[in-house]
Design a protein around this ligand. Structure first.
Ligand SMILES: *[C@@H]1O[C@H](CO)[C@@H](O)[C@H](O)[C@H]1NC(C)=O
Ligand SMILES: *[C@@H]1O[C@H](CO)[C@@H](O)[C@H](O)[C@H]1NC(C)=O
Length: 218
């Protein structure tokens, strides 16, 4: 009886701590979805037909905008890893990863298709090159996101998506990032068994999250 009372008490303390943290998580956000959309559009204008040029433009802007004491930006744009998730496959370059935000370049020149995942974060998919298509169960027409547009996926929603032919995007997510990671790792553990990729993804993500924590960026 006492054991169960203690367990229920601890559980309710845990649940109320989590819901309290959820109400205050906004104070840890540094990046802004509207500004990132402007940045994605200016990158497209500055380097039409040149994905590498767009990425350089984005990194140069972010490092000029945000002091390195406020947020850590990974400027090594050669650091790409494969990403298999929800049945889709592409590669990503992690620009920023912390507990409440991440910013990556994700895409593939081949095209891919899969499940978006059901996430604990709001997701802003800024298309840089190509086109992304999406659809929610119950819709009969597809949603279409060309370069320069943003596909906003609120937390708790899932869609089928397709990066038709080649597509690259600047993806920004804000919310509880560590809870999104199991979706990012499930395909590697149950399907591809690409252990070096899994190792590098964990290594880079952990390195970025820890370096952000060290400067107080949660
Ligand atoms: C970064 O990009 C935004 C959006 O295009 C622009 O308003 C801002 O002036 C740029 N900042 C720097 C430092 O280049
Ligand atoms: C970009 O590529 C497309 C298709 O190859 C071409 O039609 C367009 O003129 C190019 N734009 C620039 C600015 O090079």
């Amino acid at each position: 009886m006492l054991k169960w009372t203690t367990r229920i008490l601890l559980l309710s303390i845990f649940v109320s701590t989590c819901s309290w943290l959820d109400t205050i998580k906004d104070r840890w956000y540094v990046l802004d979805p509207t500004e990132l959309h402007e940045l994605a559009k200016s990158a497209i204008d500055a380097s039409p037909n040149n994905t590498a040029g767009m990425i350089d433009h984005i990194i140069a802007n972010l490092t000029a905008t945000y002091p390195s004491k406020e947020i850590r930006i990974n400027t090594d744009s050669s650091e790409w890893v494969f990403n298999n998730a929800g049945g889709a496959m592409g590669a990503m370059y992690i620009i920023h990863a912390s507990i409440t935000e991440y910013l990556i370049i994700f895409g593939t020149p081949l095209g891919t298709e899969g499940h978006t995942g059901l996430h604990t974060a709001d997701d802003y998919f800024n298309i840089l090159v190509g086109e992304q298509w999406a659809f929610r169960a119950g819709e009969l027409e597809m949603e279409r996101y060309p370069a320069g547009s943003v596909h906003y996926l609120p937390r708790g929603t899932a869609k089928q998506y397709k990066m038709h032919k080649g597509c690259f995007a600047l993806e920004y997510a804000r919310g509880w990032i560590p809870l999104m990671l199991p979706f990012g790792f499930a395909d590697a553990l149950t399907s591809t068994l690409d252990i070096p990729t899994l190792y590098n993804t964990v290594r880079v993500t952990a390195r970025e999250m820890i370096q952000n924590l060290l400067i107080g960026k949660i």
